[in-house]
Design a protein around this ligand. Structure first.
Ligand code: ADP
Length: 427
């Protein structure tokens, strides 16, 4: 809410840009608050001479925040920096040099470094030259146009007022300079951390991709070789039954290839696409997946249970969640135990704090303990009669990792399996 007020719908290119955009508006707001306080403070003491100057500052502070909100970061920075530079100049000309007001020139130079950054260092240099000029001008040859005089100025330059000003200015300048250097340190630390994390992810992705391309081409060759063999047999035989059998086997191989290609696409989508979270109702999504898959198992024996409240909403990446559920639920259908009277599948979900728990439970063939870790590996099939590519659960694990979630499997051979997922349930 407060963030929205400060930067509006600005979409920064990175975390660093976001932090700088926030700082711009925060400083603008701080400036506005400080002059508002001064207006009250001076008015209470009967000093009105500076009120018009304070109003100009308040106006430009708000203008700088507004420019920042409409994504004009550069214009906002320039407005704010020129404003505080001229404001400091104005006070430096009118206050006694003993009030310590000059310390703000240092703070403004540091702020310009944060706002423009290394990319626009030329502006920083030009701005610092302007600041040096303003300082020398204020100290050595103040412009008369900026100088105020009268009874109010005598009050302002009275020794007691000057002493208070010196303390306020020194502490304010000190605090702001340290805060800005701290801000730069924080930015630097987190940018470095981000780069290291991205590097690690990139080298992992590269390595995985190499392995994936090698294995996928290997897997794609198997049905192709088999197809070539079947075509060869079909070309040589005139027996109608044998021809029919060849056709059905070819059909099956092509379906396998199609499935594999779909999974390769899923894999690549997960690796490439940015996470895009949104809030949506979970039950209709799961219901649709169940409807699409229900003919995969022994239809007459299937008992489907959906334990998800109709009004339950989750916040996650819908495309990835569908891929996850599709893989896990289709496995529950594929590996149903057809010897049993009833083939049960239960899909449930519960929202707890910041997480959503999802479970897919079946009373199917089950998975032997020594296979339970391996089934998440690339192209791993746990049973001889597995008709799939062995890629589904590998993709599931990759997606869960990208969503910062966890997955757990409980299974007993001949009894069934339960896959439980914990996914973050927030933006
Ligand atoms: P596949 O495409 O072979 O189904 P997966 O990666 O989805 O590949 O699964 C890997 C292996 O794990 C499967 O070959 C199967 O043996 C086993 N498996 C997965 N889910 C289940 C389940 N619900 N019940 C029994 N076995 C399963």
């Amino acid at each position: 809410m407060f963030k929205h007020l400060l930067i509006g719908k600005t979409e920064p290119e990175s975390r660093a840009h976001l932090k700088v955009a926030l700082l711009r508006s925060q400083l603008g707001l701080l400036c506005f608050i400080v002059v508002a306080i001064y207006i009250i403070f001076d008015s209470l003491q009967g000093i009105y001479i500076l009120v018009p100057a304070y109003c100009v500052v308040a106006f430009f502070s708000i203008l700088s925040i507004w420019l920042n909100r409409i994504n004009k970061g550069f214009a906002s920075s320039l407005t704010f920096l020129l404003l505080i530079a001229l404001m400091t100049y104005f006070f430096a000309v009118n206050d006694s040099s003993q009030s310590g007001v000059f310390v703000y020139f240092i703070m403004i130079a540091l702020t310009s470094m944060v706002f423009f950054g290394y990319r626009y260092r030329l502006y920083v240099i030009l701005f610092c030259i302007l600041l040096v000029f303003l300082f020398l001008s204020a100290y050595l040859f103040p412009l008369p146009a900026f100088m105020l005089s009268g009874e109010d100025m005598d009050k302002i330059n009275a020794p007691e007022y000057r002493e208070i000003s010196f303390i306020i200015n020194f502490l304010g300048g000190f605090f702001l300079c340290t805060a800005i250097v701290y801000f730069l340190m924080d930015l630097n630390f987190h940018s470095e951390k981000e780069i290291l994390q991205k590097n690690a992810l990139l080298s992992k992705t590269n390595h995985e991709l190499d392995r994936f391309v090698y294995s996928a081409s290997h897997e794609l060759r198997a049905p192709l070789t088999s197809l070539l063999g079947l075509l060869d047999i079909a070309g040589r035989t005139s027996d109608q039954d044998e021809l029919k059998q060849c056709h059905s086997m070819m059909h099956e191989r092509i379906q396998n290839m199609d499935l594999l290609i779909k999974e390769v696409i899923d894999f690549s989508r997960n690796a490439r696409q940015e996470i895009s979270k949104e809030k949506f109702e979970l039950r209709p999504v799961v219901q649709k997946i169940l409807d699409d898959l229900k003919f995969m198992g022994p239809v007459e024996k299937m008992v489907l249970k959906l334990r998800i409240n109709p009004d339950m909403e989750v916040i996650t990446d819908p495309a990835r969640l569908k891929m996850l559920l599709n893989n896990l639920i289709s496995n529950a259908f594929k590996y149903a135990d057809r010897q049993k009277d009833k083939c049960e599948i239960e899909v449930g979900a519960a929202v707890e704090n910041q997480y959503v728990t999802l479970w897919i439970k079946d009373n199917g063939q089950g998975i032997a303990p020594d296979q339970q870790q391996k089934i998440f590996n690339m192209f791993y099939r746990a049973s001889e009669d597995s008709s799939g590519s062995g890629l589904g659960l590998y993709i599931v694990r990759e997606i869960v990792t990208r969503l910062n979630g966890t997955i757990q499997l409980k299974s007993a051979l001949g009894q069934g399996s339960t896959f439980t997922l914990w996914l973050p349930n927030h933006l």
